[in-house]
Design a protein around this ligand. Sequence first.
Ligand SMILES: [Zn+2]
Length: 475
Amino acid sequence: MSLRLASLLGTVALGSAVALVVQAVPRSDHQAAGQTPADLIVTNGYLVTMNHQREIVERGAVVVRDARIIALGGMELADRYVADKVIDARGAIVMPGMINTHTHVSMTVFRGLGDDVPDRLRKLIFPLEKALVDRELVYWGGLHGMVEMVEGGVTTFADMYYFEDEVARAARAIGLRGVLGETIVDFPAPDAAEPYGGFAYARRFIEQYRHDPLVTPALAPHAPYSLDVERLRRVAREAEELDVPVLMHVAEMPDEVETLRKDRDQSPVEYLAEMGLLNRRLVAAHCIFVSSSDIDLLASHDVGVAHAMVANIKSAKGVSPALDMFRKGVRVGLATDGPMSGNTLDIIGQLGYVAKLHKLEKRDRNVMPAADVVEMATRGGARALHLEDRIGSLEVGKLADLVVIDRDSPRMVPFYDVYSALVYAALPSDVRTTIVHGRVVMEDRVVRTVEVSEVKARVRAIGERISAAVAQGIQ
Ligand SMILES: [Zn+2]
C-alpha cells in the first residue's frame, strides 16, 4: 500500500487528545528508527485547520510529501517522520494559505494612477492598457504583485488579464498557484488586434498550461456589457468543450444593470443564465447588484463569487450582499480586485473590512463573525474557485498550501481567539512563511524563489515609462 493511500485511509482526530493512525511503509534506511520519510515537516504550530469542524490543534505538526499533506496532528508526529526540511513554527499560527479569488495582478505597475476620479475605467484604464501593456509589463508587473501576495500569505489567486501566459510564467517562477484567465473583450486588446481576439489567444494558452500542477488556465470574458450575445454563448460552449473555468465581472456597474433592465428586462445574473454561463465553471467577481432571487440562482447553479469589499468601497458602488449569499450557501471567497482598484493584493487586509462593513450594513454587530470571514478567505475561496477538493484547509490528502503567521506582535498579545486576532488585528507583514504545493516560497520573510530586488528594479523602470506616457497625455 502506498504511503499516500495509507494516510488517506488513516483516521485523524484532532484536539487535545490527538490520535492519528498512519499505516505507512517506511523506507528501509529509516525502518530501524521507525520513521517515515517526508519532504517537509512544520512543527510546533498553532494549527488552524479550517476543516468542516474548524478544528484547532494548539501545539501540532503538519507533514508534507509529494506536495500533499500526508499527516497532521500533535507534536508526536514530528518523531514519526523524518524530512529533509523541518520548519519550527515556534508557536505561530499555521493555517491554510489565503485565496485571492479575483485580481489583475500585472496592474501593479499602474497602482496609484487616477485614484479618486470618476469613470476611470474608460477614461484612464483602457487607454493606458492600449498604449502600454506588453509582454514585459505583464510579466514583471505580475511577478511584483505575486511577491506582495506571497509576503501577505496568499497561496492561490485568480487572475484575468492580457498576455495571461506571461502571468502563468511568473506564477511558475515564484511558485504560486493560479486560476488564470485570458481576457475576451469586444474591442482590440493589447494582445489581440481584432475584437474578441482573446478567444484564439486563450485556446493557445489553455493548451500550453492544461496539465500544469500550479496553473489552471481559464477563459475570462470581461463582463456582460463588453461581449455581445453571440460571444457570451460562445464562451459558454468553449468553456464546456475545453473543460476550463470562466472568470468574469458580474453585476458590478450601475449602467450594466440599467441597460440590461431596459433592453431585456433582466438582471445580469438572469442574463448570464440565459447565455448558458451560470454554472459550476463560473467565478463571478463583485456581484454588487444582485437581488434575493439572483442569489438563489447563484446558489442553485453552483457559481463561485469573488467578494472584493475594499475595491467596492473605494469605487463607492455599494456593498455586495455577500453575507446573504454566504448564508444561502453560495460559494463566496474574498478578493482584492486589481491593484488600481483595491491597491493592495493581500487578503489579510480585506478581513476586517469584510467583517465590519457587513455589520454596519445590517446594523448588527453579531453578523459576519470573524471565523466566517477566515473561512471565506480560505475554504470559501477554494469553493469559489471550485478547488475545494484540493486546497482551502489543512487536511490529509489536500495540497500543501499553508502559511505561518506570527502571534508575537503587540497586536496579537494576549491571544484568546485566533479568528478575532486574524480578522481584527493581524497585518500582512505578520506572515512569516509561505508554502505552496509543498515548496517553501518564503521563509522568515525572505522570498526564496525570485530575486525581489530585481523585480522591483524592473517595475520601477516600467513605472518611469508609464509616467512619461501619462505626462505626454496617453495616446
Ligand atoms: Zn476586476
